[in-house]
Write a new protein. Structure first.
Length: 403
């Protein structure tokens, strides 16, 4: 029986983590012995790991990564890794160099710096695997490339690599040690190859695996009675699913809602997700006097009834690899307004299955208003969304041939 190890950064409620669970479910358990190692031992989706998968973490913590307790756990893990065999002190020149580079670029990203410390300080499994798969950029890729014992190594790219803030200086030579690199979209692959043209020949497309029937089944469950979404009496309900961070551009969404309401539209906007920008966003919402109309609902176990009952789905972000949230909205037949950026362009055909918009409050509000005021157009988009192809079995060959 072939042995596969998957390595991922956390098991929080996010797209890549859910796609990994779908992939592990798809692999025949009679043929493969599958193990999972999570660098930061925390996340709600530990609970959904298939029973046949061996979790190498001793005591999986199924609480949120993004809660105050989750942040404390990340700090604790980082400190432990820093002092593990004094690895952190050996990283000091690397940290200083990349800190200066980030300052010069005008965008300081501490998480990108800390992944190297966590990768270097994580205890290495003793077993040798037939295939080791780093399912995310950063820590899991560094750890898999430098430390895991495996005959073949692969990694996944889920993001616009350059816009996300990755670079060769951060990665060192990690990708030289990876045999195959999978990207979840063509544009994500192009972005990665722009940074690493020398690795173009080992880059392959492997789009997210989506369990459509499970999503539809979950969507039919009742909404929480206590949720602001359920209690809202607004004529129109907008939904966005994603972490509260810079990438997701909620600083555009809040003023966009103000513009919609200034047009006289009875609309509320709901966000499912946690993140570092929560307090800043709440201040922005208060400043725009939208406390009764723009709701941050946090992370929920089952987001799919929210999709089902929303008027339309909005995904106006700065960059993506390939959004699972958009795919989930399409599975449930929602009209979509999304920003015209990497990843989104591959998922939505403009003016057919949704609108691709410039990332500004005025443009986002204009496209949303168009769909709210023209239900016949919204219905056409919903029909087109529900017919988008989700299964890409043609991608599997490049993965299975590694085994």
């Amino acid at each position: 029986m072939k042995k596969i190890l998957f390595v991922i950064n956390t098991m929080g409620r996010a797209g890549a983590e859910r796609a990994l669970i779908a992939l592990m479910n798809m692999l025949p358990k009679e043929q493969y012995e599958i193990s999972l190692l999570v660098l930061i031992n925390r996340g709600e989706l530990f609970a959904e790991v298939p029973k046949h998968v061996k979790i190498l973490n001793r005591h999986p913590d199924m609480r949120s990564v993004l809660s105050p307790g989750g942040k404390a756990a990340i700090i604790k893990t980082t400190l432990r890794c820093f002092f593990y065999h004094l690895q952190g002190f050996r990283c000091m020149p690397y940290l200083f160099k990349n800190f200066i580079l980030q300052l010069k670029k005008g965008r300081l990203q501490p998480d990108k710096l800390l992944w190297r410390i966590i990768a270097n300080g994580t205890p290495v499994p003793k077993q040798t695997y037939d295939l080791a798969v780093a399912y995310l950029e950063g820590g899991s890729t560094y750890f898999t490339a430098d430390y895991v014992h495996a005959r073949t190594k692969a990694s996944f790219v889920h993001i616009d690599y350059k816009k996300a803030g990755y670079c060769k200086e951060l990665d060192l030579n990690a990708y030289d040690k990876i045999n195959r690199i999978f990207s979840v979209s063509k544009e994500a692959m192009e972005s990665f190859c722009a940074v690493y043209p020398e690795h173009k020949k080992k880059c392959f497309l492997f789009r997210n695996i989506i369990d459509t029937e499970w999503i539809k089944k979950q969507s039919r469950k009742p909404l929480p009675a206590s949720s602001a979404f359920t209690k809202s009496t607004a004529e129109f309900k907008l939904l966005t699913v994603g972490r509260l961070n810079y990438q997701k551009a909620y600083d555009i969404a809040v003023p966009a809602l103000r513009l919609l309401r200034e047009q006289g539209l009875d609309v509320d906007w709901f966000v499912l997700g946690e993140g570092d920008l929560e307090h800043e966003l709440r201040r922005m919402i208060a400043k725009e006097n939208l406390e009764k109309h723009f709701f941050l609902l946090g992370s929920v176990k089952n987001p799919y009834p929210f999709y089902r009952h929303a008027t339309l789905y909005v995904h106006a972000t700065r960059f993506e690899g390939k959004s699972i949230a958009i795919e989930e909205a399409q599975v449930l037949g929602k009209a979509i307004v999304a920003s015209d950026c990497t990843g989104n362009r591959e998922q939505i055909t403009h003016n057919i299955s949704g609108f691709l918009t410039q990332l500004s409050p005025k443009a986002v509000a204009s496209h949303i208003a168009d769909l709210l005021l023209h239900p016949e157009k919204r219905k056409l988009f919903e029909t087109a969304s529900s017919s988008v192809k989700m299964a890409h079995t043609e991608d599997f060959a490049s993965f299975f041939e590694l085994l």
